[in-house]
Design a protein around this ligand. Structure first.
Ligand code: ATP
Ligand code: MG
Length: 448
């Protein structure tokens, strides 16, 4: 998954492009008075340079300018930047100009002359759209960073650790249940630090046969063993200057653990079949879904290696302990899959959402991600009801009968369930409940 650049917090940043100095000044004054941060450019070329150097939220551009015109700017922006809104302003209001601008990718159009109020209204509408779009993508505004969605305090802690780890080369241990985002965090650490331009190499310790592990990690020289036809670099060397991510370290054999310990302690490796020490500058990040202290107790994991890898320790909480992050993730995945699959974004009934929140998510974020993909495919933009969820989620309601609720609460819940079962169709629900639609409506409204 791509790592998104973090969007700096602060005021909305607007780039104003107009060849007329007085027009630039008017726009700048009005917008700055309204609290926006504004940068002005006199032409397309200057604007392209500004866009290379800084991140903007909104671009307001004139259509007709000498040299390159506004349409060229819009085309460039649409081809290269995603998270920015464009508004076209022109002193020659013509249908063709507007149509052309919208076709090219300017979603907003404002004809000159305009009043200050018209300008600010138009910009406010754009900003509103932008923040809803960003919320749906679970981007920085939704509390996430490094492409990792999360606003819960548990995840805030993780973000702080990522930033801390990004700034140095200490070994990191990421521990968490399967599907909690361990690899995502490892990548974020790599890309948060000065090693971002060097390789990130991900190796799963369980995926390599035991007899090949040593040569895969450290390389081998020609003739070291049958089949070693030529000298080869191992993962430590391939990741030189960058990061080596060793996944499922808890499954490494004791023999391999010993070799890893030596590589970490001495910052040197030996190719299989060679006694020459090779210095390597490879940052190590390891991950596990096992409880390493417990493995140490069972004699399956070396305690000395544990202390070596546990310099920075990032425990990843399971999804069920991240509270409302679930909703942010639902939005992020929905928006992404709807876009990828070119389908409308579906939404959830209250009951279906309640069940998602109550479910214990043994597969964590990956399980949620897979489910959202299925639902986007299946529901085609319609409302997702409880019946659309997998059976194990529908069973997630409290099993024990609660004996502390009023009749009205029971009635409200039952009405909700019936409505869900008929996809919100009030006529059908009223028929099942044997009440008329007016009574049903009153009962629904009474609970709002
Ligand atoms: N906080 C998050 N925000 C957005 N996407 C996430 C988040 N956490 C996990 N994901 C996504 O969930 C999926 C699983 O994440 P990842 O592979 O990093 O988990 P893992 O802990 O390494 O899993 P496993 O133990 O199965 O190897 C990936 O597609 C990842 O992009
Ligand atoms: Mg993984």
């Amino acid at each position: 998954m791509a790592i998104e650049p973090e969007r700096p917090a602060g005021p909305i940043k607007i780039l104003v492009v107009d060849d007329a100095a007085d027009a630039r000044e008017v726009l700048q004054t009005h917008l700055e008075d309204a609290g926006y941060a504004v940068r002005t450019c006199a032409g397309v070329e200057e604007a392209l340079q500004a866009l290379e150097r800084a991140v903007f939220d909104v671009i307001i551009t004139d259509l007709r300018m000498p040299k390159a015109n506004g349409l060229e700017l819009i085309q460039h922006v649409r081809a290269n930047l995603q998270d920015v809104e464009i508004m076209m302003v022109t002193g020659y209001p013509s249908i063709e100009g507007a149509v052309e601008a919208v076709k090219t990718g300017a979603e907003h159009y404002l004809a000159k002359p305009f009043t200050e109020q018209e300008l600010l209204q138009a910009v406010a509408a754009i900003v509103d759209k932008l923040s809803r779009k960003r919320l749906a993508h679970g981007s920085a505004k939704a509390g996430g960073t490094h492409g990792i969605v999360g606003a819960s305090s548990a995840m805030q802690h993780v973000f702080k650790s990522i930033d801390k780890a990004g700034g140095n080369t200490a070994t990191v241990l990421i521990a968490g249940e399967s599907g909690t985002g361990k690899e995502l965090v490892a990548r974020a650490i790599h890309y948060a630090g000065p090693r971002r331009n060097a390789p990130f190499v991900s190796v799963n310790c369980t995926a390599i046969p035991e007899n090949l592990i040593e040569s895969e990690l450290f390389g081998h020289v020609k003739g070291a063993f049958t089949g070693a036809g030529s000298t080869r670099a191992g993962f430590f060397e391939i990741a030189e200057g960058g990061t080596l991510f060793l996944d499922e370290i808890g499954d490494a054999s004791l023999a391999m653990q010993g070799k890893l310990l030596r590589a970490i302690q001495e910052k040197t490796i030996y190719k299989v079949g060679s006694s020459r020490a090779i210095q390597v500058d490879t940052r190590l990040i390891v991950a596990t879904n096992k409880n390493l202290p417990q493995l140490i107790g069972q004699g399956l994991f070396r305690e000395d290696l544990y202390y070596r890898i546990n310099v920075i320790d990032i425990p990843l909480p399971p999804l069920r302990e991240r509270g409302d992050d679930l909703l942010l993730l639902v939005n992020r995945f929905h928006a992404r899959f709807a876009k990828d699959l070119n389908r409308p974004v579906p939404f959830f009934s209250d009951e279906a959402l309640r069940q998602l929140m109550a479910y214990h998510w043994p597969g964590n974020v990956r399980e949620l991600e897979n489910l959202m993909q299925k639902l986007v495919l299946m529901c085609e933009g319609a409302r997702i009801e409880s019946v659309d969820l997998p059976p194990q989620m529908r069973a997630a309601r409290p099993v024990a009968r609660r004996l502390d609720r009023s009749l009205a609460e029971h009635e409200a819940e039952y009405i909700r369930e019936v409505l869900d079962s008929v996809r919100g169709n009030k006529t059908k629900a009223a028929a099942i409940l044997k009440i008329d639609r007016k009574t049903l409506r009153e009962k629904i409204n009474a609970r709002r």
